[in-house]
Ligand binder design. Structure first.
Ligand code: GLN
Length: 470
């Protein structure tokens, strides 16, 4: 089977009758089964995908197929798909079935995308390594001793290992971009409010966005265009047109953050790749500007205070009464709550619920939650004013390449600190992409990040298309 990086190539071969959706589904299923030890899919919708492929092949013959005919996707286990199980990789949602389909996914299904399965992730999307899943850690297909990143680790790994053409992940603080960097694929996090969160399990609602993992920028752009837009079920969605022109001739001004590239934790090869790229932009006649962002050291703490606060509230609904698992021995209502949550939530999720409850508690609210809100406001303001001066900001995605499974599990703070470059876009609500432009002498890939102005995915995506197709 030919390897396809772009949906247009798949569709061209389908039109030429040298390829069918059934061939594609068979190819991905074979890759899923032959690499099942990577622990990527929690559930494969095998029969269903085979049947749907036949149906789409028929539609193609009749000339009634949608824009995504030929696209086979996987979905992170935090995205509702009616009649299918949904667990957020947690024991607390074991055997829970979605009662409706998320808006984002429904829009893809309406264009004839085929869903091949449900992908593992960090429990409730909390993590940077995919080791926090109640269903076991996921291995990186490039080096199975290493993590694929997180929390959408399996979604990135599935694309890298050709188990589907693209995946839907979610990005609260980097969960699409960081695993994209570790697995060598494209990861797009749109502007907050671009894609409906209806049917996405909430982690930190003022940060969460659905994002795309793919091999090409063009496919990320196409999926974004189809999923984006107003949804009456999510009042934070914007009606702004998501129409994207990827062949823009505009020359963007590119900025970089001095503090970012001077960060002591940054791997020297990643740093030099960023500098080389900036140099190549200068040579092409683009304006490159050094920016200063003194708030950089406050990003991680602000992010973790606010997201754990939101998580402690969002996760209070998993009480043993309304969803999934319930402790069988509990003798009182209080015991149902405490015993169910004690036995069915993982250590990282509990740590964050406790931290979030603490920062919201009456004695500490002003000192932590209130203060972090003020810092977030400052981060947003300063970021927006930097983006008045430049169109794009280039930075690393992660300070280093994929680490070994187990290497950082003992030290949650170290894991949190590695989110420094990705949480910025979520705190500010702006779009960002991870492009697989780096390859390290240790044999592992790494990504380069571009952040842009709110609702200006077009500049990010058109510039990224050029960079990737060079
Ligand atoms: N690694 C970050 C965290 O653990 C980001 C997670 C995410 O984006 N869902 O919170």
């Amino acid at each position: 089977m030919k390897i396809y990086d772009k949906l247009v190539d798949i569709q061209r071969d389908i039109r030429a009758r040298s390829l069918t959706c059934s061939d594609l589904v068979a190819f991905y299923l074979e890759n899923i089964h032959s690499q099942s030890d990577l622990n990527i899919f929690l559930e494969v919708f095998e029969e269903e995908a085979i049947a749907k492929a036949k149906e789409v092949d028929q539609k193609i013959q009749n000339g009634t197929a949608g824009r995504l005919a030929g696209l086979v996707i996987g979905i992170k286990d935090v995205i509702c798909y009616k009649g299918h199980r949904l667990s957020a990789s947690s024991k607390i949602l074991e055997n829970f079935e979605s009662l409706f389909t998320s808006t984002a996914l429904q829009r893809l299904l309406d264009e004839d995308a085929i869903v091949i399965g449900r992908q593992n992730c960090d429990e409730f999307a909390m993590g940077s390594s995919n080791e926090n899943s109640a269903y076991g850690a996921v291995a990186n297909p490039i080096d199975p001793e290493r993590v694929p990143g997180g929390s959408s680790g399996a979604s990135a790994a599935a694309v890298a290992a050709r188990m589907c053409h693209a995946s839907l992940g979610s990005d609260t603080g980097g969960s699409v971009r960081q695993p994209a960097s570790f697995c060598g694929v494209v990861g797009l996090k749109p502007t907050y409010g671009r894609i409906s969160r209806f049917g996405l399990i909430a982690y930190a609602s003022s940060f969460d966005q659905i994002g795309v993992l793919s091999h090409s920028v063009e496919d990320a752009a196409l999926l974004l265009e189809i999923m984006a837009g107003k949804d009456p079920n999510d009042q934070t969605t914007s009606a702004k047109s998501p129409k994207l022109n990827l062949v823009s001739t505009n020359k963007p001004k590119v900025g970089f953050l001095k503090e970012c590239l001077e960060s002591p934790a940054l791997d020297p090869e990643i740093k030099s790749t960023c500098h080389q790229l900036l140099e190549s932009f200068r040579k092409e006649g683009l304006e490159v500007k050094e920016l200063s962002f003194p708030l950089l050291p406050s990003l991680v703490s602000t992010y973790y205070v606010l997201t754990t606060a939101e998580a402690s509230s969002n996760l209070s609904r998993y009480d043993g009464i309304r969803y999934g698992h319930r402790n069988a021995q509990a003798a009182s209502l209080e015991e149902v709550y405490t015993q169910t949550r004690t036995e069915a939530l993982g250590a990282e999720v509990k740590r964050r619920i406790m931290l979030g409850t603490f920062v919201l508690s009456s004695g500490y609210y002003d000192a932590y939650y209130g203060r972090a809100q003020k810092v977030r406001r400052k981060i947003k303001e300063e970021t927006h004013s930097m983006l008045d001066e430049v169109d794009l900001i280039l930075s690393p995605v992660v300070p280093a390449t994929a680490f070994k499974i187990g290497e950082k599990s003992e030290d949650p703070i170290e894991m949190y600190l590695s989110d420094i470059f990705t949480v910025h876009a979520n705190l500010a609500g702006i779009p960002a992409i991870s492009l697989p432009l780096g390859s390290h002498s240790n044999g592992l890939p790494f990504g380069v990040q571009l952040m842009g102005k709110a609702f200006d995915e077009e500049t990010i995506l058109s510039f990224s298309t050029k960079l990737m197709n060079k």
